[in-house]
Design a protein around this ligand. Structure first.
Ligand code: SDX
Length: 393
């Protein structure tokens, strides 16, 4: 139940909401989606089935899954006029800036699914967002590199369609290797939802004002962009590249411990997990698979990452602070090996997290008592005082 609990700073805070979607046990390093452990979903399920689970509460029958996948597949195209919205951005705009703008603008293009009081419109908006996010992310990427937009195809699975829209060119079609498609699908699954993280709380807060689903998801995308949250996968790879070789790791470990140095080890630590991030374990296995497939298992960045993880996990400071690799530590290495630029790492996180945002948005608006409403504050400022004319100040 939403309740009151106290924590370190000595003041009380209230749980922002109650939910039935995702459970995290930070001490045990446990993550459940509607009761199913993430490691089982990552190894036995696939992203669209996990989407069904998050949206509707149970694993689908084969008929339900086929119907759901067909509904998503038939909504992957964007309104043709939307391409001109992309063209309004500078070519060097960060893809996250484009995604915030384009998803917010969907309120104007798909205004027949913005009335949140209509269950049918809520459902259509949910399917449209899950279906169109890969197209939006892929088109943001294509626009940034000056290549033509690639349209989705209905004969490809969700992950393969996304990879093709990113890497196909008119001169040469791209057919995703099944191992890369599986790794991409697993990255989507591992990022699908994560309880009341910053961007999900943003979506819930926006939804409590009655804002339409596209506006709420655009707000979530904007929040995810931050380097302490969804931007960490990009920041982590940049850090590993800056470290370069394993012999320079001690210098960065020392910086991470230095209270006078704002530097933090990107991809390490978590607000909730105080033991290990179960998603990082699966992500590390995927990194090995992808790099083995590509014949770059000796990728220097991966070697530096593994050595950094080994040193940090043996270090008393990191053990005491309960710092360990999180979901973002290995994801950037996989995406880089697949051929994505760092600027696409967070957009891919946003594609995956859309189903989590939508599921939590639907839960938030389905029952008024869920309202986050209006958080209160602990006022620490001046007490009441009278105005003083400028001549007397
Ligand atoms: C995500 O909430 C979610 O669920 C988010 C997410 C999701 O799926 O939505 O899991 C995705 O955002 C993962 C986190 C990605 N961010 C990073 O990797 C950026 C680097 N990590 C941090 O900035 C940091 O660890 C946070 C923001 C993730 C957590 O910060 P906290 O809450 O301050 O961490 P903490 O309370 O556990 O910190 C304890 C101590 C602090 O020192 P003291 O003030 O007690 O002296 O450890 C220090 C922190 O300063 N610390 C770090 C550190 N993270 C925390 N020191 C060095 N390097 C780090 N990465």
């Amino acid at each position: 139940q939403a309740g009151v609990f106290t924590y370190d700073p000595g003041f009380t805070s209230t749980a922002s909401c109650d939910s039935t979607i995702t459970f995290i046990d930070g001490e045990k390093g446990e993550l459940l989606h509607r009761g199913y452990p993430i490691d089982q979903l990552a190894s036995k399920s696939h992203f669209l089935e996990v989407c069904f689970l998050l949206l509707y509460g149970n694993l689908p029958t084969s008929e339900q899954l086929e119907d759901f996948e067909n509904r998503v597949t038939s909504h992957t195209m964007l309104h043709e006029q939307m391409q001109y919205f992309f063209r309004g951005f500078r070519r060097d705009a960060h893809p996250m800036a484009v995604m915030v703008g384009v998803v917010g603008a969907m309120s104007a293009f798909y205004h027949d699914s913005t009335d949140i009081s209509d269950p049918w419109q809520r459902e259509v908006a949910s399917i449209r967002l899950i279906a169109k996010m890969p197209t939006i992310a892929a088109w943001a990427y294509k626009y940034s590199i000056g290549q033509p937009f690639v349209y989705p195809r209905n004969d490809l699975d969700y992950a393969s369609n996304f990879l093709r829209m990113c890497f196909s060119v008119p001169a040469e079609d791209y057919v995703a290797n099944p191992i890369l498609s599986r790794a991409m699908d697993r990255i989507f699954t591992l990022h699908a939802d994560h309880e009341q993280n910053a961007s999900t709380s943003t979506v819930r807060l926006a939804s409590s004002s009655g804002a339409n689903p596209f506006a709420c998801i655009a707000a979530g995308i904007a929040c995810l962009w931050g380097p302490a949250h969804g931007g960490a996968n990009q920041a982590c790879l940049e850090m590993l590249r800056e470290i370069g070789t394993p012999d320079r790791i001690p210098e960065y470990i020392a910086r991470a411990k230095d209270k006078n140095d704002p530097f933090r080890l990107m991809g390490f630590g978590h607000r909730v997990y105080k033991n290990h991030d179960p998603r990082a374990t699966v992500m590390k296995q995927s990194a090995d698979e992808v790099l083995d497939l590509l014949g770059i298992e000796n990728n220097p960045t991966l070697q530096t990452a593994k050595e950094l993880e080994r040193i940090a996990l043996e270090d008393d400071y990191f053990r005491e602070k309960k710092l360990f690799p999180n979901v973002d530590f290995y994801s950037g290495i996989i995406l880089d090996a697949m051929g994505f630029p760092q600027s696409m790492f967070t957009p891919i996180f946003a594609v995956a997290r859309t189903v989590g945002w939508i599921s939590q948005w639907k839960e938030q608006i389905s029952d008024p008592q869920h309202k986050i409403g209006r958080p209160r504050q602990l006022y620490l400022g001046e007490t009441a005082r009278d105005y003083v004319d400028v001549e007397k100040r």
